[in-house]
Design a protein around this ligand. Structure first.
Ligand SMILES: [Zn+2]
Length: 319
């Protein structure tokens, strides 16, 4: 079975569609394998098949004629149920839940920030998903709300609790959003710099995931120095000052997974920087956290008087 050229042999309005269909020749009936392969077709191929079916249906072909014509030109055997669903508009390979338009908004910037930080992109068969698994429920809920907004869903995605992993989990699914997000973050800058609100939403998502606050130290950790440098620049635009980027030599050191006790060896160094103590209040006003636990710590930090008067050189002494 040759699965490779499926996507390339289909044409929507080209020469592969040859007028009225021919009746199915029993000698050319596809085997079962060919029927099953349909399940694993990538989204792009399904979309092309859908376009091809629509084109054939416009020529008043019967479902059986469409079925045969599709098989002749693509070697893919679609069920009449699928053809009927597509022709009558009941089903669509893009699916309602996959609807996504890349329009800048704070919600989209927040989702980009989550995926660049704590979140993940996964593919399981047909499911192209955005996943977040975290200890703070309010973080998961905000991700769910933003996903629902940009995917035009009436209701937010369910926030699921995993007792075993002690995590709140959100799984959203959309092949179009997946494809949009599955690229270097540098290519998404225009969405993050669209306006101050979008920039703040992106930063909030990143700080919700990777920010760490203890007393008056608000630190951001990540293994990617380039994204931290970019974030420093965005913070500067919002009038928030930071310390220089600091490299912590971690590659080669051991890490114990608290869940299963396994020991891992870190393969990357980690970078961090801090928000200058004198900019904490500006950070709270312009960015802040979605996570109440972190936001409360930030409020406490602002309520605490520094032990030393802040000055650019003495900033390190402030705790
Ligand atoms: Zn904006």
């Amino acid at each position: 079975m040759n699965r490779g050229p499926i996507g390339t042999t289909l044409t929507v309005n080209g020469s592969s569609i040859s007028g009225r269909g021919t009746f199915l020749d029993p000698g050319r009936l596809p085997d079962r394998k060919e029927v099953r392969i349909r399940k694993y077709l990538p989204f792009e191929s399904r979309a092309r098949l859908h376009a091809l079916v629509s084109e054939l249906a416009k020529r008043s072909m019967s479902y059986q004629q469409i079925q045969t014509q599709i098989f002749d030109s693509t070697r893919i055997w679609l069920s009449k149920g699928s053809i009927s669903g597509w022709v009558r508009g009941i089903h669509n390979p893009t699916g309602g839940k996959n609807t996504f338009c890349a329009v800048a908004s704070p919600e989209l910037a927040y989702v980009i920030g989550v995926i660049a930080g704590d979140g993940n992109l996964n593919v399981h068969g047909y499911n192209y998903e955005m996943l977040l698994s975290v200890t703070d429920r309010d973080f998961a809920e905000e991700f769910s709300r933003c996903l629902a907004k940009i995917l035009s869903r009436r209701n937010p995605y369910r926030v699921r609790r995993s007792e075993k992993r002690n995590r709140w989990i959100v799984q959203g699914s959309s092949v179009l959003l997946y494809q949009f997000l599955n690229r270097p973050w540098q290519n998404l800058k225009s969405f993050l710099e669209h306006c101050e609100e979008c920039t703040a939403a992106f930063l909030r998502a990143f700080y919700d995931g990777e920010g760490c606050i203890s007393a008056r130290l608000l630190r951001l950790d990540n293994t990617q120095a380039d994204i931290l440098l970019y974030i420093q620049g965005l913070l500067r635009k919002l009038g928030i000052e930071t310390t220089d980027l600091n490299r912590r030599k971690l590659a080669g050191t051991e890490l114990i997974d608290p869940l299963n006790g396994r020991i891992y060896v870190r393969n990357k160094d980690c970078f961090d920087f801090r928000i200058r103590a004198r900019s904490l209040s500006q950070f709270e006003q312009k960015v802040g956290f979605t996570i109440t636990r972190k936001q409360q710590r930030l409020a406490n930090a602002l309520a605490t008087r520094p032990r030393f008067h802040p000055s650019p050189s003495a900033n390190r002494l402030i705790v």
